[in-house]
Structures are given as structure tokens and as C-alpha cells.
Write a protein that binds this ligand. Structure first.
Ligand code: ZN
Length: 166
């Protein structure tokens, strides 16, 4: 089996990345951690970044600008809700900027973010914090390999040796 030569569906791609916002501030980066591995074509990363990396080769540096529509979506103004403070467990620490999992109507868990905490109420945002933002990614392709059939069935890469936890 020959080594896969470029990023495309069914490849496990290892990347180093820096994500900047509109004003150049660094929002996220893989600098201080292991490179990120994702399975191309499985929505592991935002669609605009996936599109921008298509065809890239190992060692290549790629700059990808992602509009909100292909990133974390536009901000929905009606997705901010006020909850009474006593709707939360009294011993649960609640601080501005923290995120937690809320339970949706169908029982699935949804990530939400705390916008502000007042004496009587907590403002909770169901938008992702990066919703409405244009994302500016600087990516270096660190490595590439064919995904295994198990990885494709699961929709995500597995670690070295094939061991993983779900
Ligand atoms: Zn798995």
C-alpha cells in the first residue's frame, strides 16, 4: 500500500494549527499540545476548514479563512435565555464564560455558554462562542494516512495502536 499523497475523504490528517479572529487575536492553537488528528469528510472539524485543506500535502502550510456559514454558523439572537439562579444546583459554581452541557428537548446534550451571572438570574447562550465570527486558520499538514474501516465506521480517528475510549 503506497502512502496517501494528499488530503481527501477517508484520510486521517494530523495538523498543527493556529486559529485567529478578525482582529488577529489568537483564539486557539495546537502549539502547546499534540497536533490535532481528524478524519477528513466526517465533520470532525468545521466544513470550511475541511474544504480549505482538501488536496494539501504533508509539510504544506495552508491559510484558510472560514466565513461563519462554513464555521460555527451565524449568531442566533434568540438563542440567549435567562434562567433563574435557583434552576441550577446551589453548590454548582456558575461563572461568566463557562460552558456546560444542557439537556435538549429530545434528551440529547447541548453545549451552552454562560454570558453573565446576576443575583437572581443566569444568562445562557446556546450559540457557540465563535458563531458569527470569520475564522482565520493557519495550518501545517503534519501527517497523513489512510483511515481504517473501523475509523470510517466510527467517523473519527483512533489513536496509535488502535486503542481508544468512547
Ligand atoms: Zn471509535
Amino acid at each position: 500500500m503506497s502512502a496517501p499523497s494528499s488530503v481527501g475523504p477517508g484520510k486521517v490528517v494530523r495538523i498543527h494549527y493556529t486559529l485567529r479572529g478578525e482582529t488577529g487575536e489568537v483564539l486557539d492553537s495546537s502549539d502547546s499540545s499534540e497536533p490535532l488528528e481528524y478524519l477528513h469528510g466526517a465533520s470532525n472539524i468545521v466544513v470550511g476548514l475541511e474544504e480549505g485543506l482538501l488536496g494539501a500535502t504533508p509539510g504544506q502550510k495552508v491559510r484558510v479563512k472560514v466565513a461563519p456559514e462554513k464555521g460555527y454558523g451565524p449568531r442566533a439572537p434568540d438563542a440567549v435565555h435567562a434562567f433563574p439562579r435557583d434552576a441550577f444546583p446551589a453548590d454548582m459554581p456558575i461563572e461568566e464564560g463557562m460552558s456546560f452541557q444542557a439537556e435538549g428537548e429530545d434528551g440529547q446534550s447541548l453545549p451552552v455558554w454562560v454570558l453573565s451571572v446576576e443575583a437572581e438570574q443566569v444568562m445562557v447562550d446556546f450559540n457557540h462562542p465563535l458563531a458569527g465570527h470569520t475564522l482565520d486558520f493557519e495550518v501545517t499538514i503534519d501527517g497523513l494516512r489512510d483511515a481504517t474501516s473501523e475509523e470510517i465506521a466510527h467517523g473519527h480517528p483512533h489513536g496509535p495502536g488502535g486503542h481508544h475510549h468512547h
